[in-house]
Design a protein around this ligand. Structure first.
Ligand code: HEM
Length: 541
């Protein structure tokens, strides 16, 4: 019988397999589209101009994708459908109520896209907070949460100041012989500050980068901004939302991602081995129970409720290195840039800090006693969120409420929209943070005062949920776990630098600032290579 079958049924050739996959894919797409037509709100949106890439190419190549998202929101309403690659589309949410609804359901109804997962696994390995969802995400997050309580961060204040004072000492040395100031590339210094701070605060390890020690990991981070993606990789990136495996194909950018993973893994393994050994030997004072590494090791040995596998422990170490390093150094660099552009704000901040009589702000002053410092920090976080947008996949059908009714494609006014399973949803955080419709006509300006005056923030902006009505740390179950840490570090470091030094743009007030693609977008001077931010720094005695 089997001999007869072998003779009569032709073998499946690769071309047939590809055809079957393609037909299957097309069928799924047709069914999904039919469901969407029947069940989902028929949203308006810009008409497809490029059949292959939709608007994805325009967005990937744009220097200010936030402005594009904002223009479409003006033209088509605060929730709209955006054509993307190969006939696909995503729904863009700019409406505060819809965004709050979305974030409240993140990790369960709205889940990571296949591309999110591929990137996360390539960069951090399997089992990271950033690459997990649902109950697994909840368990991983719970194991780390005690390290980020107010009491735990308060204890770290001296670590933040130590990093700031090491920087001050190094700059004092540079400026000793140049009373009129010297040009200092501040971005690199902010990288050193955030790396050494997360090393000591999180892992009881001094990377020593502020003391001039070389850390492999910073070198790999740095190479991201100097490595231009090849034209082929740019095409892969465009197609990746539909064909995520494309980003795994060998290319210089992917190699860097893997190198960063390996480099963060090597450090994390070293730190874990040392701490495990110390634990065995009973050296408890080095890793307090509530420190990040202490908690991770505790979870590795915990019962089933919180247990973390070795792979998960390692992945969390990498998440914290990445999150603690990139985002904070980018924010500090933007702060120095904005204050170099706006001398009045810089002077006002200095005056507020000087009122403390030459001492460093206490924890209470850092958190609630210095309104202008608080205003500068939140204005920088509003204008320059290091993570600019995110895309997720609807795992279920859902109905999202709206703050204001929108018009559908058939002209109907609706105050809620229906969305079907399988829909891709994007939140353009940077665009919403800077939206004129929400923040008013001065939304694009650096204006710390808006955080101080009673009516400085419009009622519409106040509808945005999330830390201080910003989407910078997103919101909901995945909201940044380190936001208290980040804001306290940001304020402590800025308070020391602004009290002791004056900052100006190297080439005068007209200097144009651009962004370079690092792991995340980083500021740089327009027309210059890499991502350097050279400022004229002067000592204030
Ligand atoms: C200005 C500084 C920072 C900004 C703007 C920021 C922003 C963000 C954002 C947008 C996310 C969500 C990412 C996603 O789900 O795709 C996130 C997650 C996270 N951040 Fe931050 N972050 C900052 C600093 C930090 C620091 C200093 C730490 C730790 C020391 C940290 C730890 C984390 C962790 C652990 C997560 C994952 C949370 C989860 O999935 O449950 N972040 N952060």
């Amino acid at each position: 019988m089997s001999v007869i079958l072998a003779k009569t049924v032709p073998a499946l050739r690769p071309v047939h397999a590809v055809a079957i996959v393609a037909v299957g894919w097309a069928l799924v797409a047709i069914v999904r589209r039919a469901r969407r037509h029947l069940k989902a709100t028929n949203l308006r949106g810009p008409p497809r101009q490029n059949l292959l890439f939709g608007f994805q190419k325009v967005l990937n190549e744009s220097k200010d994708s936030g402005a594009l998202y904002e223009q479409w929101a003006q033209d088509y309403g605060s929730v709209y459908r955006l054509p993307t690659i190969l006939g696909n589309s995503r729904v863009v949410l700019c409406d505060p109520k819809a965004i709050a609804h979305f974030y409240a359901r993140e990790s369960f109804t709205y889940v990571l896209t296949p591309l999110n997962k591929v990137f996360s696994d390539m960069l951090l390995g399997k089992g990271s907070l950033l690459g997990s969802e649902g109950e697994v995400h909840r368990r991983l997050r719970k194991s780390l949460t005690p390290a980020f309580s107010i009491a735990a961060i308060r204890k770290l204040t001296s670590v933040f100041y130590d990093s700031a004072y090491k920087t001050k000492a190094a700059w004092d040395l540079i400026l000793e012989s140049t009373p009129d100031g010297a040009i200092i590339e501040v971005q690199q210094w902010m990288n050193h500050i955030s790396l050494d701070t997360i090393g000591i605060a999180g892992f009881s390890h001094d990377f020593g980068s502020l003391d001039g020690k070389h850390a492999d990991v910073t070198e790999v981070f740095d190479s991201f901004s100097s490595a231009k993606p090849s034209p082929l990789f740019a095409v892969f990136l465009l197609l990746a939302p539909v064909l995520p495996w494309l980003v795994k194909l060998p290319n210089p950018r992917t190699q860097l991602v893997r190198k960063l993973n390996a480099s963060m893994g090597a450090i994390s393994n070293q730190l874990l081995a040392r701490t495990r050994k110390e634990k065995e030997e009973g050296v408890t004072e080095i890793h307090e129970e509530k420190s990040i590494i202490g908690l991770l090791i505790k979870a590795e040995n915990a019962g089933s409720e919180l247990h973390l596998s070795q792979e998960e422990v390692l992945a969390q170490m990498k998440v914290l290195l990445l999150a603690g390093y990139e985002t904070t150094s980018i924010s500090l660099t933007w702060a120095l840039l904005e204050l170099s552009r706006d001398h009045a704000a810089q002077e006002k901040l200095r005056e507020e800090l000087m009122q403390l009589g030459g001492t460093d702000p206490t924890w209470d002053q850092l958190t609630s006693g210095l309104p202008y410092l608080d205003a500068v920090v939140h204005e920088v976080l509003r204008l320059h969120p290091p993570v600019t947008e995110m895309t997720r996949l609807a795992a279920d059908d859902d109905v999202l409420p709206l703050s204001e009714p929108i018009q559908t494609a058939s002209g109907q006014l609706v105050d809620r929209i229906s969305m079907t399973k399988g829909t891709l949803i994007s939140i353009p955080m940077r665009s919403v943070n800077r939206s004129v419709a929400l923040w008013g006509s001065d939304a694009k300006d650096f204006k710390p005062e808006r955080w101080i005056h009673e009516d400085g923030i419009s009622e519409k902006a106040k509808e945005i949920q999330g830390h201080r009505h910003l989407l910078t740390f997103i919101d909901g179950p995945r909201t940044c776990l380190g936001k208290g840490f980040a804001v306290a570090e940001f304020k402590a470091v800025l308070s020391v630098l602004i009290r002791n030094f004056a900052f100006e743009l190297r080439d005068g007030p007209e200097t144009k600032v651009d962004t370079a693609r690092g792991v995340l977008p980083r500021p740089k001077i327009e027309g210059e290579d890499g991502c350097m931010v050279p400022l004229r720094v002067r000592r204030l005695d």
